[in-house]
Write a protein that binds this ligand. Structure first.
Ligand SMILES: Cc1ncc(COP(=O)(O)O)c(C=O)c1O
Length: 385
């Protein structure tokens, strides 16, 4: 049985998305900047995609910008804010558990002489709010915190974070990496009052190579790409029209069936954790079971095993999982997220991330748990020798 449990790394594009993209690739391949009919047709479709996303996030159409994906969205927002506001200060804040597309941007600014604070997290992977409160100073221009962690699914208290920032410095901007949150938890951007939010097509059953940014109306960013001034001057370059239309389609469907799909995933997570606990001994759950953890990610340490070996054993059973994040899993140092949560080397070594989508079924979970039990026992036997 084929079981794909690596939906945090990427998702299967919906059939409707593929069909819609095929039309753009085969027939409606005009450049939206062209003045003739083919340009106008595709321009209209881009407008529709933008409004689908704006409707989903409950924001205005001109607050949505298309990019080449989550990494670019984070870079445009973070660099755009810093480069625009650096006359007001050179202190920037992020957390220790961010995705590399945020952390590495901060590290670059640190090398360039900026003062950077990396906020700690507790054992559940939730950021230390009191430390954040103490760190916001007069020269703090930006705080960047992710909404949902890609390795554990921990949900950060963004509205509380915003409140603390406001109390500390009214000028400080808040960027939120929303890539693992979009479609997975309710998002009410207006209530959160954040300055920018990033999202990515391939994490929500859309295409790869396309993503977007919500940017609050009054926030002016300094572009990092210069050229033909597409995307209201923020992101030059001919638009990835099949990607944008595919992303719009994915979000159009979310507007209709997103809630139902979320509930399916919630049930799967509950069932999976129950089955694992009942069948496999000596494990450590690194994800929250309550409402502070998202439904689509479950991270577990299988003690006295090695995550990478387990991953490949499971691959032999046609079950696809991940150690930590897909991007950092080739990194031999182990997960920076689990380390920040205080896990021991042994716990980090045996950690596996399972991530679900509505395409998964209980029968798949049953099969995965049976194979997991066998594979974990095999590895433990070998390691005990
Ligand atoms: C939390 C988070 N931020 C950013 C990214 C990067 O997104 P993309 O793959 O679209 O560049 C990812 C992808 O793994 C992610 O999980």
């Amino acid at each position: 049985m084929f079981v794909y449990l690596d939906n945090s790394a990427t998702t299967r594009p919906r059939d409707e998305v593929i069909e819609e993209m095929n039309v753009i690739l085969k027939e409606e391949y005009g450049n939206p900047s062209s003045l003739h009919r083919m340009g106008l047709i595709i321009e209209k479709k881009i407008k529709k995609s933008r409004s689908m996303i704006a409707e989903y996030l409950n924001v205005k159409n001109d607050e949505i910008f298309f990019t080449s994906g989550g990494t670019e969205s984070n870079n445009i927002a973070i660099q755009g804010i810093i480069n625009r506001y650096n006359k007001k200060g050179k202190h920037i804040i992020t957390s220790k558990i961010e995705h590399s597309s945020v952390l590495n941007v901060f590290k670059q600014y640190e090398k360039e002489g900026y003062s950077v604070t990396y906020i700690d997290v507790n054992k559940d992977g939730i950021i230390d709010i009191e430390q954040l409160r103490e760190e916001i100073k007069e020269d703090t221009i930006l705080v960047s915190i992710m909404m949902v962690n890609n390795e554990t699914g921990a949900i950060q208290p963004i509205s509380e974070i915003k409140k603390i920032i406001k109390e500390g410095n009214l000028q400080t901007k808040l960027h939120v990496d929303g890539i693992q949150a979009f479609s997975k938890i309710p998002l009410n951007i207006k209530n959160l009052d954040i300055d920018s939010l990033s999202f990515s097509g391939h994490k929500i059953h859309g295409p790869k190579g396309v993503g977007g940014l919500y940017i609050k109306k009054d926030l002016k960013l300094k572009p990092i790409l210069h050229g033909g001034n597409q995307e209201m001057g923020l992101r030059s370059g001919t638009e990835n029209t099949p990607g944008i239309i595919g992303l719009g389609k994915a979000v159009e469907i979310l507007n209709i069936s997103g809630l139902e799909e979320r509930n399916t995933i919630k049930d799967l997570k509950k069932y999976f954790i129950k089955e694992i606990k009942e069948n496999i001994e000596n494990i450590k759950l690194n994800s929250l079971e309550n409402e502070k953890g998202t439904s689509h990610i479950v991270n577990i340490s299988f003690m006295n095993t090695r995550g990478e070996v387990l991953l490949h054993f499971l691959e032999g059973d046609d079950i696809y999982v991940s150690t930590g994040s897909a991007c950092s899993s080739k990194d031999s140092k182990g997960s920076h997220v689990l380390r920040a949560m205080g896990l021991s080397d042994k716990e980090i070594e045996g950690a596996i991330r399972f991530s679900f989508s509505f395409y998964n079924t209980k029968a798949q979970i049953d099969y995965a748990v049976i194979r997991l039990k066998t594979r974990v026992e095999e590895i433990r036997d070998i390691m005990m020798r």
